[in-house]
Design a protein around this ligand. Structure first.
Ligand code: AMP
Length: 215
């Protein structure tokens, strides 16, 4: 059973790789960002709390995120393994996850750290467009839809996520550098870290990841 953590700054292609990995290895893809966005859409209390932080490009408080993830990990659909995407984001979250797993006699299999420069990440994130209805993702330069502003999949309007706006992306990169990059040091210390070059095209990045995860 694989328990994988996917690390990487906003716009590095984590979402794309997460989809490919979870399919190939039959792992449940747990994206805390997606869980928060779903809650915001449904107008739940969790969504209302999270939205206040997300709109400013800030992290949602640790305790709240940890409780949410631990709850997910105890569900049956995690039995075959899981891929954590966007969690942990801070050393606090990483330590609490390790302690929680240890309490169950478990440990992470590997932490994949996908890396790229801030300049490339700004371009990728600010060019991303998401379908309002089905959630399909496009990019104005790298993956343009057939008709500008319209989803290839379902014909609905494409929008820019509030947290993909330039000012917010800059802030998120700063938050990542400040709060999440110490995670890399933490995981180096636990011997779980595997570095992945995120500058390459996504199929090559996926190949590199498969080489690390094995068959
Ligand atoms: P993402 O889609 O993973 O980039 O997440 C979008 C936003 O959700 C982040 O900018 C944070 O505000 C919030 N978020 C997602 N995951 C976490 C986490 N593990 N800890 C704190 N905040 C999070």
């Amino acid at each position: 059973m694989k328990r994988v953590v996917l690390l990487g700054p906003p716009g590095v292609g984590k979402g794309t790789q997460a989809g490919l990995i979870s399919k190939k290895y039959d792992l449940l893809h747990i994206s805390t960002g997606d869980i928060f966005r779903a809650n915001i859409k449904e107008g739940t209390p969790l969504g209302k709390t999270a939205a206040g932080y997300m709109e400013k490009g800030l992290l949602v408080p640790d305790e709240l995120v940890c409780d949410l993830v631990e709850d997910c990990l105890t569900k049956d659909d995690c039995a075959n393994g899981y891929l954590l995407d966007g969690f942990p984001r801070t050393v606090f979250q990483a330590k609490r996850l390790d302690e929680w797993l240890a309490g169950r006699g478990e440990e992470l299999s590997v932490v994949l750290d996908i890396q790229a420069s801030d300049e490339l990440l700004m371009e990728r994130a600010t060019g991303r467009r998401v379908c309002k209805k089905c959630g399909s993702t496009f990019h104005v330069k790298n993956l343009p839809p057939k008709t500008e502003g319209i989803c290839d999949n379902c014909g609905s309007e494409l929008i820019q996520r509030a947290d993909d706006k330039p000012e917010t992306v800059r802030k998120r990169l700063q938050v990542y550098a400040d709060q999440t990059s110490p995670l890399v040091e933490y995981y180096k210390g636990t011997g779980k870290l595997a570095e992945v070059d995120g500058i390459k095209n996504w199929p090559e990045v996926f190949e590199d990841i498969c080489a690390l995860l094995g068959e």
